[in-house]
Design a protein around this ligand. Sequence first.
Ligand code: GAP
Length: 590
Amino acid sequence: MSEQQALAETPAISEQLIELAKRRGYFFAASEIYGGVGGFYTFGPQGAALKGNVEDAWRDRFALEEGNMEIDAPTIMPEPVFESSGHLEGFDDMLIECSECGESTRADHLVEDNTGIEEAEGLPIEEVEEIVAEHELACPACGAGLAGVAIDDFNLMFATNIGPGDSQPGYLRPETAQGIFVEFPRLKEYARNTLPFGVTQIGRAYRNEISPRRSIIRTREFTQAELEFFIDPDADEPVLSDVEDVPVTLYPVTEQQKDDGEYVETTIGEAVESGTIADPWIGYFLGITQEWYATIGVDMGRFRFRQHLAGERAHYASDCWDAESEIDGNWIEIAGFAHRGDYDLSKHAEGSGERFTVFRQYDEPKTVEQATVDPDMSYLGPEFGGEAGTVVDGLEALAQTDRSAFEGETVAVDAGGDTHEIPVTKTGFEVTEETVAGEHIVPEVIEPSFGVDRLVYTLLHHAYREDEVDGEARTYLALEPEVAPTFAGVFPLQSDAELEATATEIAGELRAAGHSVTYDDSGNIGRRYRRQDEVGTPFCVTVDYESLEDDAVTVRERDTTGQKRLAIDDLAETLTALRAGEVAFEDLEG
Ligand code: GAP
């Protein structure tokens, strides 16, 4: 399947979906009474429940089932965190500001939207300026030409002051990951200093996006679910056999670089074996992600894993893949999988002076030669004065890296910008043998990073259906029962005290059994079904006059509108089994 084929197949429904989301309480622009502000959304009752269910499902799969820890760190962090992480220096987007109307636009998006050039994000600023001029691109707000307008780097972090005054700057975290990295020295203790181990976090991240767009796809405050998985690169391997047969659609760099690039339909096992996925850990996480997305309702016919082009990769990543879902003919990144190496831990070790290492125990103790110096300070002191300490550091470093330097009568040491010749007899150079049980290593990190809002949007998009029931047009959301915000609607057939009392009692029992239930007695039964269909409620339970005689109710399934008569006594248990996927509705007796 080529990229173009995949994009052409699905009709655009964002407009209808966004209207439904607002009307039915999925999500809507925040603070609208004061005019609202771009990039902030409120999840309404249905949306908050759907998002919560998605987060719970993610926690079950990526924290609990994988045996990883979960933490909950602050969203505001002090400046040194982001000096070390590189965000202060390089977490920028390209900003072009219209000289006529002052509108700010993301220059790479302007290029992508108007030239057919894909992935302009990785291009150097000068090249983007040239493209803007060459294609005579104009301001999206007022239409004024932007040729010749300088593009600036714009840092995406929201800055704040911690406490009164401005002596302690802080930032709203742009990714949950940093909250995990900075706590590594403590977290490794909880993991009993044993690699590999993983730490997860689900929480808010903030980015002052230049042009937030496409509803909840690009916002300024959003939720991430991230896993930082710490490994010893020389010793740890994933259990690939768990995912080797998982089928995946891959779009590797080699195919993206061709004019008629094709997707690679393969399995995780084959992709790792052939080197298409270079790192087995990345392969492992792509495998479990593919399976998890399918269970919660991502349409796997509208999904792919795309490898990052070299210019696109984050400053820390050696290999990176995105999970992408198709929405209205566009591919949207819903998760990223990066091999971050030891970048983050090394940077925070350097910045904080703390230990970010784990002890790697050898299978057998090893005898190693140790080269040391014990300089004669009564010589170095008078000879070098204030520089003596630097000379000692130089000698120590040289003993570690180049023992042969000590073989002659003098040794040459670089210190304070000069090279000094020191008599070897004054260095106390010695090589001794030592038995060591292991060594301290800085772990490497594999990071699956999920955007929850984009996933919620994908689930809604991929679940959106229009059909006809009894000659009437119907819109419904075919959400998976595991994540559907409301699991069952319970209705009395008519306004009748006895029916209402029984229906209320059933609703209470189902809630006590852990189901999210809505009770609805307004309007005719057909309208109540339509309301629940529109929010994606998988089952509706109707109490009628017969129920008072036979202790049974009519249960209707959303997608097929099929109905079964089920005993009230078994109802909670049957619905629990349906939710867990242990039985299929069509297989139920009734
Ligand atoms: N720690 C790695 C990291 O943050 P990222 O690719 O920048 O990587 C991870 O973000 C995920 O967060 C993305 O795949 C996307 O789903 C989501 N995300 C990023 N920026 C977003 C935004 N402005 N609005 C909504 N979701 C966003």
